[in-house]
Design a protein. Structure first.
Length: 606
């Protein structure tokens, strides 16, 4: 205790970077900061600013959210290990933020959290000591939460909270090729304790103009938004849109591109609107937002809710033969089919699909790759699918309801729409519900994208799902084995270390034999006609001959016989290495390749 007190006593004093009532010496552009800082307690209350103490607050909110501009400090020398500040306001990266500039370039940045409770951000600047720097406060966003509030900007060796020492996306347990959310806090739910980087239901997956968009809920308070050119490397953007008022909710839904502007939401026929449909928490108010800039900003429809029905989770798509829009919504245990000429006015087709469950996905697939023969596939939130016909008003099931995936963490699955404007593949991903990463600033993950195909089998039409070919972009060296006879009781070590792998094998498993894979302490077992992964178990129609496994820091995804059977499973490491062993009979490894994989995340993120 004495030593600790002594260290505090000799620690260098803090160096305030702003503590005046005026912006003397700071460069001001625009009008957002023209009235100076806020110090009057009455004005702080009117602006709902909290946690600033008696200190002045740099604010662009005094004249509401309309004004824009920047405020840049004089140059200073970095002399402490960290820069600490308190920030509130909008969460628009690059638009409502505080930047640390070195040589005119942004080297650290922070945003608010759609709250005016000022939360502490700490930047580790120990490697920048001696550099000349500036603080730049930015408000370039008009409209909802288009402001920033900042106080207590100091250089310090004793920050108010511990510094984040691990770069973003490279935390200890962060999956390295499965999408997880960055640290977007939502302080409206609790102004003191943050909500971690949470993901739940996937929403509105769509391909548009060379870009794949992924949206997902965060506790139904907003839709997260990420984009990719290849379905492998993702960039998370600011949340697309938030609930209209606290507690109103932004639940699951879908996005379409209104190429013919049937809705009239675009003033320019050359710019088709992206239209997002979603339900409020009351499970009856159906709302929409639209974007005219490839999903970067969204406008709420002025007449929300555009429809009142006791249902939720709208799935919307264009039905080309009938030249009309179709919406499928879940309510009272059934999916209800509605139609519209313009996305705004809807008519019930009165052909409900009974015994249904949440978050529908609905699309056509060619049979055995033959584009002249297609069937419709309906997938429920539980992952169960059925195949049948659809005439624009009524779906007639022709198969039993079967599992897309037998894994315990496969839920609220959706597929990318509008891919007919690209390469035409139907690509699916799912919320890996139950993926909890202890002591990490994020929670949950998204399964690796898989291509869906429809096949004729002796049992009828069946979906196959297997990883998209783009997984090869992450290959980073490999080892091969060929013609290995693995006798009962014998084992084969594939690797003793490593975290990220793609395993592809051709095998022949004798009657009564088991092929056991020990993957970092987690077991996957194959027999001649069965896959067992953790507690999940499923059978194949054909003898198991091909197995493909994706291994990340928090998951094991197994695919048998080109996706005839798959298992999506959350699995943290419980050991090291990968080993194979045979039990109860012999197993022939005709070929096996173990690829090491690269991370999808940048090596030196901000």
């Amino acid at each position: 205790m004495i030593a600790w007190i002594g260290l505090l006593a000799i620690a260098a004093p803090d160096l305030p970077l702003f503590q005046a009532k005026t912006y003397a010496g700071w460069e001001v552009t625009g009008t957002a900061f023209r009235l100076g800082s806020v110090i009057d307690p009455g004005l702080k209350r009117r602006l709902e600013i909290q946690n600033s103490g008696d200190e002045p607050v740099i604010s662009s909110e005094i004249e509401d959210d309309g004004p824009i501009g920047t405020l840049t400090s004089p140059e200073f020398v970095i002399q402490r290990r960290s820069v600490s500040l308190r920030i509130g306001g909008g969460d628009y990266a690059g638009q409502t933020c505080v930047d640390l500039l070195v040589g005119g370039k942004v080297v650290r940045t922070a945003t608010g959290h759609r709250s005016d409770y000022l939360m502490t951000t700490v930047w580790d600047v120990s490697k920048l000591k001696g550099e000349k720097a500036q603080i730049r406060i930015v408000d370039l966003h008009r409209g909802d939460w288009g402001h920033v509030n900042v106080s207590h900007i100091v250089q310090t060796d004793r920050p108010e909270k511990p510094m984040a020492t691990t770069p973003l996306y490279h935390e200890t347990l962060r999956p390295q090729f499965h999408f997880t959310a960055r640290y977007w806090n939502d302080f409206r739910l609790n102004p003191v304790e943050h909500q971690e980087g949470w993901i739940n239901d996937l929403n509105g997956l769509i391909y548009y103009d060379g870009e794949y968009h992924m949206f997902a809920q965060r506790w139904a308070t907003c839709w997260l938004h990420a984009v990719s050119k290849d379905l492998v490397h993702w960039t998370e953007l600011q949340p697309a849109f938030w609930e209209e008022s606290l507690g109103s909710g932004v639940q699951s839904g879908t996005i379409v591109v209104d190429y013919h502007n049937t809705s009239g939401l675009s003033p320019d026929p050359k710019t088709p609107p992206m239209v997002a449909f979603w339900s409020r928490f009351d499970n009856r108010s159906q709302c929409l937002c639209y974007s005219l800039d490839h999903g970067r900003t969204w406008t709420r429809y002025a007449k929300n809710p555009f429809m009142e029905r006791p249902e939720r989770d709208p799935k919307v798509f264009w039905y080309e033969p009938g030249k009309h829009w179709v919406m499928i919504m879940y309510g009272e245990g059934a999916y209800h089919v509605l139609t519209s000429p313009n996305l705004l006015d809807w008519t019930d087709a009165h052909h409900p699909i009974p015994d249904s469950f949440e978050c529908p996905d609905f699309f056509e697939l060619p049979i055995d790759g033959d584009a002249s023969r297609k069937k419709w596939v309906l997938i429920q939130g539980s992952g169960k699918y059925s195949v049948g016909t659809f005439d624009g008003f009524q779906f007639k099931e022709e198969t039993p309801r079967l599992a897309c995936d037998i894994g315990p963490n496969f839920y609220a699955t959706q597929s990318w729409a509008n891919t007919e404007t690209g390469d035409g593949r139907r690509i699916q991903a799912a919320w890996m519900r139950g993926s909890k990463f202890p002591n990490m600033p994020f929670s949950q993950q998204v399964s690796f994208p898989c291509q869906l195909t429809l096949h004729s089998t002796p049992d009828g039409l069946r979906i196959h799902r297997e990883p998209i070919a783009e997984i090869a972009k992450l290959h980073d060296g490999h080892h091969d084995w060929k013609n290995v006879d693995l006798q009962s009781g014998k084992s084969l070590s594939l690797t003793k270390d490593g975290e990220l792998f793609h395993l592809v094998a051709q095998v022949e498993i004798a009657d009564g034999a088991k092929l056991n894979l020990n993957i970092r302490g987690n077991n996957v077992t194959l027999t001649k006609n069965e896959l067992e992964s953790g507690d999940a178990k499923g059978t194949t129609t054909n003898a198991v001959h091909r197995v493909e496994i994706l291994i990340d820091r928090g998951s094991i995804e197994t695919f048998v016989n080109h996706g005839e059977l798959s298992s999506t499973r959350f699995a943290l490491p419980e050991g090291e290495g990968i080993d194979l062993s045979a039990e109860g009979g012999d197993v022939k490894i005709q070929s096996l390749t173990l690829y090491r994989l690269k991370s999808i995340w940048p090596k030196s993120p901000l």
